[in-house]
Design a protein around this ligand. Structure first.
Ligand code: SF4
Ligand code: SF4
Length: 501
């Protein structure tokens, strides 16, 4: 196995030895609890991803089962199917506004506590399938990027094929403080990630797979290496590499990976696929793809970290749509009084006030509980900590001052659109200024003006990286999967029929 010696990184950001306190993160993933959550009810939004909402296919009073499609895309729309993660009865269909601003219909399902699977959910006997069938499965299973933006995975696959990439990158670089569901996923089911990566490489039409791993995560590396070696005979046509990265927040971001790995600063509208010849998939997304292929189960649940500054992290497997209040009730010792509940990671998530009616969605990696501290807000003292930390090398303090005076055009000239809403500037600011809130909101607004009029709106709670939205839309509906007939020019994936993993 070829092992890379080099350790990749980008400039600035925050490492363990300057601003961010990572001290409570356990390096031993198996010390952290993994439990299953069986909620009494779920609230399933029809849009949980980059795109537009699906349309409910059930009505109040209908009985549903696990894996059943309850929301389907309108033909030709940039939506993905939604499936139930519990069995029970549809009790309500109502509009919901998610913390990130998405407004869409949602389906409320009360559990019958039977955990009955839909008849279509059964382990696939023959996984020796074509690349076009993989693409059809990924699309029908409603899989979206689970590490951030929620880009429909089929759109990414199709864009990568169109761009002529020569490799896939598997992003194992989760490095937000306290969140570690991706690491748990790697250590618990490395075979699924290796086989899912091979399937995605086949679907894209490439044979090179690079796993991007933190240099400090020796357990991740060992698990992946072991899974590769165990399966080596099955994948003789594929080249695996492990690329080591410095533990530095926000290293797992799309744009930071381009900087670290290729020395490329992606400009607005540029994509990793076109500029660097590679396509990036989060490791939990890769897992979901293999689960859909081998176990034939759509994206109905996810691993999520329940975490906070004063508690050990817990990783639980929860049906998509589980409310935050039910999720928190599964973890002992969480007090909600005088705590902020954050929908998402500690630095980038959004505070919520209605956990009873706020569900976790396909893209929610964590729910964080943080002590409410009243930090006195004062004037900027020009300490430049925000400038020294900003991974996009803009000046958050200066932008904040411009935006306070309403000078958006000047902020645009100063590069406000580059903000990826990583949250570091607010974290390090000794004056307690909400720099991220101001800068990221402006970035989102300016980018939104540019894309308005297209047949979609972005999934975004704050400023985010540019992900080439237009090219994603163009490629989403490119292929007619029909009956998923094997095409003669497809790559046939090298899996043994019926192999159990
Ligand atoms: S970190 Fe805060 S106080 Fe320091 S320069 Fe930036 S905005 Fe000003
Ligand atoms: S939130 Fe935006 S402005 Fe602040 S450090 Fe991150 S990228 Fe820079």
């Amino acid at each position: 196995m070829p092992w890379a010696e080099k350790i990749y990184s980008f400039y600035k950001g925050s490492s363990t030895d300057n601003a961010l306190d990572f001290s409570k993160r356990s390096s031993f993933i198996r010390d952290i609890m993994l439990e299953k959550v069986y909620p009494k009810r779920i609230v399933l939004p029809m849009q949980m991803n980059f795109g537009v909402p699906a349309v409910p296919t059930v009505k109040v009073g209908d009985k549903v089962t696990i894996g059943q499609c309850v929301g389907a895309p309108r033909p030709g729309s940039f939506a993905v199917p939604v499936h139930s993660g519990i069995s029970g009865t549809v009790t309500e269909i109502r509009d919901i506004t998610l913390p990130n601003g998405i407004k869409c219909p949602s389906i409320v399902i009360e559990s019958d506590r039977k955990r009955t699977f839909h008849q279509s959910v059964y382990p696939r006997q023959d996984v020796n399938i074509s690349a076009s069938k993989v693409r059809g499965i990924v699309k029908d299973a409603g899989i979206v990027g689970m590490g951030g933006e929620g880009i429909p995975t089929i759109a990414k696959i199709n864009r990568a094929r169109k761009s002529g990439v020569d490799r896939i990158l598997v992003n194992c670089l989760q490095n937000e403080p306290f969140a570690n569901c991706d690491h748990m996923r790697i250590c618990e089911t490395p075979e699924y990630i290796v086989m899912g990566a091979v399937a995605l490489a086949g679907a894209v039409g490439v044979s090179r797979i690079d796993f991007l791993v933190s240099e400090k995560r020796k357990d991740d590396v060992a698990a992946l290496q072991n899974a590769m070696e165990l399966s080596a005979g099955d994948y003789s046509g594929y080249a695996f590499n492990i690329k080591f990265f410095r533990e530095r927040y926000p290293q797992g971001y799309y744009g930071m990976i381009a900087k670290a790995l290729y020395g490329v600063d992606l400009k607005e509208g540029e994509t990793l696929e076109e500029r660097c010849g590679a396509v990036l998939f989060n490791c939990s997304t890769v897992y979901a793809c293999w689960e859909a292929i081998s176990d034939n189960i759509p994206l109905t649940s996810r691993l999520i970290t329940v975490t906070g500054e004063t508690m050990e992290s817990h990783n639980v497997i929860a049906p998509i749509g589980t409310t935050v209040s039910e999720l928190l009730s599964t973890v002992n010792g969480i007090s909600r009084s005088n705590n902020r509940i954050i929908w998402g990671n500690t630095l980038t998530g959004l505070e919520i006030t209605d956990p009873e009616n706020t569900p976790i969605i396909k893209t929610t990696p964590a729910v964080s509980v943080i002590p409410r501290k009243e930090i006195p807000v004062s004037q900027c003292i020009r300490c430049l900590r925000c400038v020294e930390s900003c991974p996009e090398e803009i000046d958050p303090g200066f932008l904040y001052q411009l935006l306070r005076r309403g000078l958006k055009r000047n902020a645009d000239e100063e590069g406000v659109r580059k903000c990826i809403a990583c949250g570091i500037c607010s974290y390090v600011c000794p004056s307690g200024l909400d720099l991220t809130g101001a800068v990221a909101a402006c970035a989102t607004e300016l980018r939104g003006q540019q894309t308005r009029g297209k047949a979609f709106y972005a999934y975004s709670g704050g400023g985010r990286m540019d992900i080439g939205a237009v090219s994603l839309l163009e490629t989403y509906e490119e292929e007619d999967y029909g009956e998923q007939v094997i095409e003669s020019d497809d790559i046939v994936l090298p899996f043994e029929g019926g192999k159990n993993v």
